[in-house]
Design a binder for this molecule. Structure first.
Ligand code: NAD
Length: 489
């Protein structure tokens, strides 16, 4: 009954406006947003015309100097406003995220909570962000000199975002841009533009100067026009590896930040061996391999278990996976909803079938229904099977036995990706050894790799990207140090 009540509340947005130079606008054609669970239309917007794209970019370039000079209190006030309004409208926004992306309501609520905090943190960082004073008289030739280092925005930012966190990943582009005083043009994912448009509505309520932001729904083919535009010197992209690589090739002279995919691993170390330890790890891994149907860049995909613990761990993991409730994402009790499309679920199915043909065993799961793929645990997977070596972006977990902790760290590193890793250990020396050895952007000790606090530096190495987000990191990314040397002081 709870499910039906929530389902009937699912939002439907007719003719949502997008934003050109801070003002609501309607464009050409139609972009219909479908609910991944049952395919019904949940919203419509239009696509920005060529003239509207031009107006957005021209306005961003035109307002850049004024934006850079905005006082900290004005930037912080706008960010606080968005945070507060998101909190006031949290229920509605969560329903919108569930409607457009098929994310279970409880995870949609978690995303809204994070976006509220992302904007609040950005406001705090905006008040703090100032640069430094450096003494230069460490050398006799520079006696009497100091350097004042301010950070100046590089210029307007282009933010391109994926479907899987349609609100908070837009927040991660917009909030630091506003915090440093850089105009931003956002191009949201075509499958999930509605949350970004709602964010546009909240930004439009602020006193930010006109032209400071635009949110432009565009098909993939037309995003390239924005990428190439020299008036947007910073491109902050979150999405898949191939698109990220194409962007980098297209604009080698721009400042490009790439937050790309991963195939995150968790390690159960030798000392994580009590009944309680193993049960805890099994539940955490079952949850975070399958949250958002595995469509998170740091969802657990691979698990390496010390060989002494493997036989005790595997049945606990299978039991924890079996406890997850798969179904309608608008039901408050659903843990695992559909993938973003049936096509995505078919791809996951094909990868699992391929692994099984190569000798893998399905311990649980493995039968697709429409866009829904059930939480699946595989063992005996060859390391080069796509389900292990590439980013599965679905609710599939590959479990392998390793001889010792160091071998597990080597297996984690044997990947084209390096976003985050989780290391279940109680030992400080093992934690430090993991932190030294693992080629990733972040190591989570005592938990799954799927942990992200929005203020921490976040991003990957190898195929997982270039540069870091997280409020302060993104603010540094969007700005350059500009030094003033003072003489005779
Ligand atoms: P995607 O690469 O298909 O699309 C991402 C965005 O790029 C969309 O807005 C899309 O319209 C746009 N785009 C597509 N082609 C383009 C082009 N030629 N030029 C410019 N823009 C173009 O990714 P997706 O399927 O939406 O998202 C899933 C991917 O995102 C996964 O690989 C996931 O790991 C990754 N991701 C990474 C992080 C991170 O922080 N590292 C976070 C979330 C998702």
């Amino acid at each position: 009954a709870a499910g039906q009540a929530a389902g009937s509340r699912l939002l439907r947005v007719e003719s949502a406006a997008f934003y050109v130079a801070s003002r609501p606008a309607h464009g050409e054609g139609e972009l219909t947003v479908h609910h991944p669970y049952d395919g019904r239309a949940v919203g419509r917007t239009t696509l920005a015309t060529t003239d509207q794209v031009e107006a957005a970019v021209a306005a961003a370039a035109g307002v850049a100097a004024e934006a850079a000079a905005l006082p900290a209190h004005a930037r912080a006030a706008a960010l606080d406003h968005v945070s507060r309004r998101l909190a006031e409208r949290a229920d509605e926004v969560a329903l919108l995220i569930t409607a457009e992306g098929g994310k279970p309501l409880k995870w949609a609520r978690a995303e809204v909570g994070r976006a509220i905090s992302t904007f609040r943190w950005a406001a705090e960082e905006a008040r703090r962000f100032s640069g430094e004073l450096q003494r230069l008289d460490t050398d006799p030739t520079a006696t009497g000199r100091i350097a004042l280092v301010r950070r100046a925005p590089k210029g307007p930012v282009l933010g391109i975002t994926p479907f899987n966190f349609p609100l908070n990943l837009v927040a991660h582009k917009v909030a630091p841009a506003v915090a440093v005083g850089a105009p931003i043009v956002v191009k949201p994912a075509p499958a999930t533009p509605l949350s970004a448009l709602l964010l546009g509505e909240l930004l439009a309520e602020t006193d930010l100067p006109e032209g400071m932001f635009s949110v432009l729904p565009l098909p993939n083919e037309r995003a390239a026009e924005l990428v190439a535009d020299p008036r947007l010197p910073v491109v902050s992209f979150t999405g898949s590896g191939p698109v990220g690589a194409a962007i980098r090739r297209a604009v080698p002279d721009k400042h490009v930040t790439l937050e790309l995919g991963g195939n995150a691993a968790a390690v159960i170390c030798e000392d994580w061996n009590t009944d309680e330890d193993l049960t805890y790890a099994a539940h955490r891994i079952a949850t975070f391999a399958n949250y958002q149907a595995g469509q998170s860049c740091i969802a657990v995909q691979r698990v390496y278990v010390h060989e002494w613990l493997y036989d005790a761990f595997l049945p606990r993991l299978v039991a924890a996976v079996q406890e997850l409730r798969t179904g309608d994402p608008s039901d408050e009790l659903t843990d695992v909803g559909p993938l973003v499309s049936e096509e995505a679920a078919r791809r996951v199915e094909a990868w699992v079938d391929e692994a099984v043909t190569a000798g893998a065993t399905i311990e649980v799961g493995g039968r697709r229904e429409g866009a829904t793929y059930p939480p699946t645990v595989l063992t005996g997977v060859p390391a080069d099977a796509r389900v292990s070596a590439e980013e599965v972006f679905g609710p599939v977990l590959v479990v392998a036995r390793v001889e010792h902790d160091r071998a597990a760290f080597a297996a984690v590193n044997d990947s084209a990706y390096g976003l985050q890793a989780g290391v279940f250990t109680h030992r400080l020396d093992v934690a430090f050894a993991a932190h030294r050895a693992l080629e990733v952007g972040g190591v989570v000790v005592g938990d799954v790799p799927s942990y992200r606090a929005d203020q921490m530096p976040y991003g990957g190495v190898k195929g997982s990207g270039v540069g870091r987000e997280g409020l302060r990191s993104a603010m540094e990314d969007y700005t350059d140090p500009r030094v003033m040397v003072l003489t005779g002081v």
